[in-house]
Design a protein around this ligand. Structure first.
Ligand code: BGC
Length: 615
């Protein structure tokens, strides 16, 4: 009898999925549809502005009934794990963030921001980046990458633009399809996010996006549609926000009618993290997995089935979607063993660093060049200005931050290549950065220390112009998940110190017929209209990943000819942004944003989508 129970129990992959589901208890079914987060130390840190509710009462998590076994031996720093049912041969699968590289606690390659990947317009290159991330997933035992983010860059102030790809659906669609195909070529899954109309961080978990069906489909769903049809991502992450009054995670029209019915999506849908809407409505709408999962959700779903509010067949339908994907994962295929091919980590990271450098350089966009670039071979001494030249940002903040092995600053790359840096500038910046950082908390996923820009007198700049062959000045902006950028000096606008420095340095160097080059180190546009004609060259370097300094220098020297094309515009004035009057809310109502921009093209751009020079 005991032998029969063991041998008669259907196991995933051996029996039909229907039979496996039929053998599950209600508790098992519900648990598999809700992620596991039992112990506090396994709970991924919730991003700012994700939770609706007050912090859970003390002791709440102690009563959590998820299966810790599923978490045992799993990947530290992963965003979530699904529930394992060993008796039915169902493993827990590991989900970890991207998109600019794999985000876990161990060291992974930090690739350039996805907007920079999109700027390359090189689908083969982006495929190779996806492939490399997939290799690292296999190495560490991650089954699904929570990337790429493909929300349309509706406004330059959106905090997560660096993680997205374009303001244009066709660019985002083509580039993200290549990314997804690359990741999935390694036998692991991708997750396109955040479905849909999550174009801002301000009140992202409750904002009601009011948008017409035509605009929704042509501008905000189109990239998702292209990727689903071209690349069949294993999973889709629903967005936090509402669309026309209904949460995306509870939206049957979006998740079932359009995604599965019209586009033929075959994977499973998961919520964004801690999206704590009504679990019953989410299951009904086709939101298969609730992540990272709470006991409250489990209890609610079980009670709803028991009291007849939720037909158990809805759970079965959703479980079919989940099991179909679990069967493809390394966790299932390799019986939980990671690193199946036993690849050597140092080799892997070294190869990927070269790829990160290539991608970063190819994604940079040359916005202006008055015969200043590429640098002449006799240009050897550099007045390197701007704190960003010594403290180059390699990525943005939030769940897209990668535990990178190192970051190459522009100053390091120049020195390494034999350039002589102006000592006065180098010393002042190095001391200033060191001092500013030492009195602030350490840099982390959710915090970037602030370092102010230094001022230089005209006299000092003239002296530097005398002593050096050229001037390179970098300005930077940080942005990321959990907040939007501001329409203030130091954020969207340049500060008066920055403007003055650009003007004065340009004048001092021009007087001696020496070039002044401006580098932009940021994930989205700033307003540069007033200073655009001062520098001899302007290079949009984005947030270029761990190889930042090397990649910038590759372009400056002409080692790599610039090929990047803007995936989103630089506007003349903020007022020219089509969504300017409807971002991040409309009609004085903080809960609502109307997408009134319709289908019109931006009125006035300084540099439009597709712009980019070369040499
Ligand atoms: C973000 C997602 C991310 C998830 C897991 C959320 O806060 O919005 O993009 O994948 O956390 O870390």
């Amino acid at each position: 009898m005991a032998a029969c129970i063991a041998s008669c129990t259907p196991r995933l992959g051996q029996a039909d999925d229907e039979q496996v589901i039929a053998a599950m208890t209600l508790e098992e079914k519900v648990s598999l549809l809700v992620g596991t987060c039992k112990d506090w130390n396994l709970v991924p840190e919730a991003a700012p502005a994700t939770r609706h509710r007050e912090p859970v009462p003390e002791g709440y998590w102690d009563t959590y009934q998820g299966n810790t076994a599923a978490m045992k031996g799993k990947v530290s720093g992963a965003a979530g794990v699904s529930y394992a049912i060993p008796r039915l041969g169902i493993p827990g699968i590991v989900l970890a963030d991207g998109p600019v590289g794999l985000r876990i606690d161990s060291v992974c390659t930090a690739f350039p921001s996805t907007v920079a990947l999109a700027a390359t317009r090189d689908t083969d290159l982006v495929y190779r980046v996806g492939q490399a991330i997939g290799e690292e997933m296999n190495y560490y035992g991650v089954d699904i990458l929570l990337a790429p983010g493909i929300n349309i860059m509706r406004n330059p102030l959106c905090g997560r633009n660096y993680e997205y790809m374009s303001s244009e659906p066709d660019i985002a669609g083509a580039m993200a399809s290549a990314y997804v195909r690359g990741v999935q070529s390694q036998g692991v899954g991708a997750c396109i996010k955040h479905f849909a109309a999550n174009n801002q961080e301000t009140y992202r978990n409750g904002i009601d996006v009011r948008v017409s069906d035509t605009v929704l489909r042509t501008r905000y769903l189109s990239a998702f549609e292209q990727i689903v049809k071209q690349a069949q991502p294993w999973t889709v992450m629903s967005a936090y926000n509402k669309i026309n009054g209904v949460y995306a995670s509870e939206n049957t029209y979006l998740l079932t009618d359009i995604l599965r019915g019209e586009w033929g999506f075959e994977g499973f849908v998961m919520t964004d993290w801690w999206a704590e809407e009504d679990p019953v409505r989410m299951q009904l709408a086709g939101n298969d997995m609730l992540m990272p999962g709470t006991q409250e959700q489990i209890d609610t779903l079980i009670a709803a089935v028991k009291d007849g509010r939720l037909d158990e067949r809805v759970l079965d339908r959703n479980l079919m979607n989940v099991l179909r994907i679990i069967r493809r994962t390394p966790a299932f295929r390799n019986k939980g063993k990671s690193n199946p091919e036993n690849k050597n980590l140092p080799d892997l990271l070294e190869n990927h660093a070269a790829l990160a450098r290539e991608a970063a350089a190819k994604g940079m966009v040359l916005l202006r060049n008055e015969q200043a670039l590429p640098l002449a071979s006799y240009d050897k001494s550099v007045a390197l200005l701007g704190k960003a030249s010594y403290d180059t940002y390699v990525g943005g903040t939030g769940s897209g931050r990668v535990t990178r092995p190192y970051s190459v600053m522009l100053s390091d790359a120049l020195a390494e290549a034999g350039y002589i840096l102006d000592t006065m500038a180098q010393e002042r910046y190095t001391d200033h950065i060191h001092l500013s950082r030492s009195v602030q908390p350490q840099e982390s996923a959710w915090f970037m220390p602030y370092v102010s820009e230094l001022t230089w007198t005209k006299q000092e700049l003239q002296q530097m112009a005398q002593n050096n062959d050229l001037c390179i000045l970098t300005i930077q902006r940080m942005a990321g998940e959990g907040g939007d950028r501001h329409l203030t000096e130091g954020d969207y606008y340049l500060t008066s110190v920055e403007k003055q420095l650009i003007r004065d340095a340009s004048e001092a160097f021009h007087r001696l017929n020496k070039p002044m080059i401006l580098i932009l180190n940021m994930g989205s546009a700033v307003e540069i209209t007033d200073i655009v004609s001062y520098p001899d060259a302007i290079l949009m370097a984005w947030l270029p990943g761990q190889e930042a300094g090397h990649a910038i220098l590759d372009v400056l020297t002409g080692q790599v000819a610039p090929q990047g094309k803007l995936p989103m515009p630089f506007y003349v004035r903020y007022e020219d942004v089509p969504s300017a009057n409807n971002f991040p809310s409309s009609d004085g109502d903080p809960n609502k944003v109307c997408y009134r921009e319709g289908l019109t093209k931006p009125a006035r751009t300084l540099f439009d989508v597709g712009y980019g020079l070369t040499y």
